[in-house]
Design a protein around this ligand. Structure first.
Ligand code: C2E
Ligand code: MG
Ligand code: MG
Ligand code: MG
Length: 292
């Protein structure tokens, strides 16, 4: 503890943090090259209705295909992007790429709802609404209702009323919104009622913990009931096993996403995954009660 306190006190002159700042700048330059060299890729993770196995859509998740380093996960490089000039550029690329991919799938006969994660900075950037409108217009085949933006519940939203306005205006374009990692932030119920958001995504930490922990189970149950009360849809993240799926169905949540269903995969792998998923039909083992 004393060491910790000492570290903080001398932080300004700390050669360690100085080196860290240098590393950060270099990393950021590398990310800028990566964007130009098209080294970012989107992986897609299916969301399904586990009561009947239906594919509801896919969530786009960014990765960095770094030459000689393999696939770098967003947890590693997104923190470097945050509050840099590159954050909006990469965020814009993600939306364009996801819309392009949706179009490629449609040409193959797969009409999919595609979800994209957006940062608070991206959403609150002046002109985001107009930019999004143009991006959607460039993809006339994509029904805006099949395009969803996931916003972190913990997002650094400074001005809630302004955020409500942005979400409303973007919602008027037809796009849908989901609150991501729900349960980890501080949404007041008042705002939850006001926010033009159609879906809550229960954070995976609660879903993973719920089978062994009564508190987590209580949170999952509570979020599901709240979503129903607000006439919102609810998606459980982090469904790693069919046992999780079975309990969620019993609790009244049937939209799910997780390694137990599918891991995020390259776009080209989706059709094969879907074929196997439908042939093996693992959800049939769940014997969901007819009432669900
Ligand atoms: P998220 O949006 O909550 O996405 C879910 C994360 O959990 C993904 O990690 C996914 O691979 C992982 N996951 C899914 N199912 C399971 C499971 O059953 N078990 C476990 N242990 N993990 C599971 P990933 O791809 O590393 O992304 C991490 C976070 O980075 C995302 O969390 C999202 O907040 C952010 N992110 C990813 N792509 C983008 C992007 O294009 N833009 C922005 N702004 N953020 C992104
Ligand atoms: Mg997400
Ligand atoms: Mg999440
Ligand atoms: Mg997350």
């Amino acid at each position: 503890l004393a060491k910790e306190a000492g570290k903080n006190r001398y932080q300004l002159f700390d050669p360690v943090s100085d080196r860290r700042a240098q590393t950060h700048r270099e990393y950021l330059q590398r990310l800028e090259q990566a964007l130009a060299a098209r080294e970012f890729v989107l992986y897609y993770q299916p969301k399904v209705d586990l009561s009947d196995g239906r594919l509801l859509g896919v969530e786009a998740l960014i990765r960095w295909q770094r030459p000689d380093h393999g696939l770098v996960s967003p947890g590693e490089f997104l923190p470097h992007l945050q509050s840099s000039h590159l954050e909006l550029a990469v965020g814009g690329w993600v939306i364009e790429e996801a819309l392009d991919q949706a179009q490629r799938w449609r040409e193959q006969g797969l009409d999919l709802c595609v979800s994209v994660n957006v940062s608070a900075a991206q959403l609150q950037q002046p002109g985001f609404h107009d930019w999004l409108e143009i991006a959607l217009r460039r993809h006339p085949g994509q029904a805006p209702e099949l395009f969803e933006l996931e916003v972190l519940e913990t997002a650094q939203i400074e001005d809630m009323d302004a955020a409500v306005t942005i979400l409303r205006r973007c919602g008027e374009l037809g796009v849908r919104f989901a609150l991501d990692d729900f349960g980890t932030g501080y949404s007041s119920l008042t705002y939850l009622r006001k926010l033009p958001v159609q879906t809550l995504k229960i954070d995976q930490s609660f879903v993973r913990g719920m089978l062994g922990n009564a508190d987590d189970m209580g949170i999952v149950d509570g979020v599901i009931r709240m979503a129903l009360a607000f006439r919102m849809e609810v998606v459980a993240e982090g469904v790693e096993t069919l046992a999780h799926g079975r309990v969620l169905l019993q609790l009244g949540c049937h939209r799910m996403q997780g390694y137990g269903i599918a891991r995020p995969m390259p776009a080209e792998a989706l059709a094969d995954w879907l074929e196997t998923w439908q042939r093996e039909a693992p959800w049939r083992q769940l014997h969901a009660p007819a009432a669900l």
